[in-house]
Every structure is written in structure tokens, then in C-alpha cells.
Design a protein around this ligand. Sequence first.
Ligand code: TYD
Length: 205
Amino acid sequence: MFIVFEGIDGSGKTTQARLLAEHLRRARGIEPLLVREPGGTDLGEKLREILLSSPEDLAPETEVFLFMAARSHLVRTRILPAVREGRVVISDRFIWSTAVYQGTAAGIDPREILRLRKLAAPGLAITRTFLIDVDPESAYRRVRAPNRMEARGLEFQKRLRRGFLALARTRSHGIVLVDGGGSVEQVHRRVLSGLPARGWSCSSP
Ligand code: TYD
């Protein structure tokens, strides 16, 4: 089972991914693999450093290939082997982030980016995507020490949100739109109510 959390910067999705992992451990005795993008491998962490801190300006097309390179390696070396063993994998961001950050918000046709999925992640089905939706203004206030992406400002965050909501309307990748407002606990309960009912039996490590 492969579960993805998506959302704009400051949406709280990292916290929610962690809380879901803790819930699965505590309540279901399942030990999930929790990964983040970009990152999760030595190569991925090096690419992350470049992507988030490059002093050089990178074209969105260049970024697509770097994010995809990190993803391709993470999928092949960690995600697919775990899913094939029957484990639950939770990823903090996946291909929708590229489709929205480099696509909708930065000017590349998101469909072109989504087409690269077959190359980057062959044979990996997304069981559920939780899109944590928050108002960009309050999310932006939560971002401390902005990275290169976050430094693009509030207008960019607003474009990101529109991009994510447009993707959600396509209803692909088992999308569940989660209202990210309220307390962390309230959002966590909304996530739990959106979990798939079936497919857990063989998920323990
Ligand atoms: P990170 O500090 O992990 O932010 P967050 O906790 O919000 O995920 O930095 C990742 C940044 O990279 C984030 O601003 C989103 C951006 N990003 C892209 O632009 N494209 C992508 O494909 C991915 C995976 C992330």
C-alpha cells in the first residue's frame, strides 16, 4: 500500500504523515516506511540540497529532471521493494508536487509532467493521496526559514493551491481532499476517516 501526502508549504502535511505513521504503529501494529521527497536516499538528499539551496537560478524544466531523478532512485531502491514485501509506505510529497510546483505554478503543462510518472515510478500504484488543503495566507505565516521554493512568496503559494485543487478535481490517484483547518488532532481524525477500508491485512513488515 502506498499513501501520499500533498499540500502547499506550511499545510501541515509533514505532521500529518508522521501522525498517520504513529497511528498505524500504535493502533494496528503496522510498521510503515515513511519517506520524504525530495530525499530518502543518499542521492536524493544530495539533490535535495541542490534543489532547496542552489545559489544559481534553476529553470523549472531543470528542476523537473532533478526532482524526477531523486524520485526514480527512491522508488526503485526503497518504495517499490517495501510495497512488494506488503509494507505500507507513506510519502511526504510525490509526483503531484512536481506537477503543481514546476507545472501549474511555474508554467509547464502539468500533463507533460504526469506523463513522466511511468518512467520515474513504473509499476507503482498510489493507493491514496491525502491533499491537505489550507488557506495560503495562514499556511505562509507558518513557514519559518523559507527554502528556495518557499521564498517565491504568497502569490506563488496561491497558484500552488489552485494547482493542487485542480488536480484533485481529476479524482486520480485515490485522492482525498482533507480540510487542513482546525487543530492538528482534528485534521488527523479527518485523515483516519479517509483511509482505505481494505488492503491492510498483509501490510505488516
Ligand atoms: P521541504 O522543506 O521538504 O518542504 P515541505 O515540508 O513543505 O515539503 O521542501 C521541499 C520543497 O520542494 C517544497 O517547497 C516543495 C518543493 N518541491 C517541488 O517544487 N517539486 C517537487 O516535485 C517536490 C517533491 C517538492
